[in-house]
Design a protein around this ligand. Structure first.
Ligand code: PNS
Length: 178
């Protein structure tokens, strides 16, 4: 039977926690769509931003974490963190049972399948769950957003407003640098 006032430790033990990992440079409305769908299913969803070795990211990891936290400020089920090292180790530290990945098209499948099976080999207790974004977001990727933006194209409606504003600010700051 459900216990509305179960002790905190007991509640934590039964909490369904999901990790949604990625680079998120920048976070797009497709990512937001997946996160909100995840928040309907899981008790907590942790957006985990990888500290990768990409030489010229658009945003630093700290900026991405800060923006993510702003975007989900009103969503108590959503947390935004950064991680390095193995994803499954981060998931274990966070007591997550599930890794969520978005699948937009068949072309995503091979890479995702390999990652999911490698993660299963590394941590058999963690399950990867694939979720599809709304059709209107299936063609969006962070890489395309950066490219369209760099060439002066409109990105409104494809990323959260605060991300678009921050991209414009960052771009202006770079332009005015000697
Ligand atoms: O947004 P991306 O770049 O597709 O995300 C890839 C990510 C961060 C999920 C993947 O590179 C990852 O999990 N890196 C952490 C290192 C790791 O655990 N590697 C083995 C995964 S099979």
């Amino acid at each position: 039977m459900k216990q509305p006032h179960a002790p905190r430790a007991a509640r934590r033990a039964t909490e369904r926690v999901a990790i949604y990992p990625g680079s998120f440079d920048p976070i797009t409305n497709g990512h937001v769509d997946i996160i909100m769908r995840g928040a309907e299913i899981f008790d907590r969803i942790i957006v985990a931003i990888l500290h990768n070795q990409e030489k010229a990211p658009f945003f630093s990891v700290d900026e991405r974490v800060q923006m993510g936290r702003e975007v989900f400020a009103d969503e108590p089920k959503v947390a935004v963190e950064s991680f390095d090292g193995l994803l499954v180790e981060f998931a274990r530290r966070e007591r997550a049972q599930v890794i969520v990945r978005g699948l937009r098209a068949i072309s995503d499948f091979e890479y995702e399948f390999q990652m999911a099976l490698m993660n299963r080999r590394l941590a058999p207790e963690i399950e990867t769950v694939f979720m599809m974004p709304a059709e209107s977001y299936t063609y969006i990727s962070s890489r395309l957003i950066r490219e369209v933006f760099a060439l002066g194209g409109p990105i409104a409606g494809l990323v959260p407003e605060i991300v678009e504003a921050r991209m414009r600010r960052t771009d202006r700051a770079r332009e005015s640098r000697p």
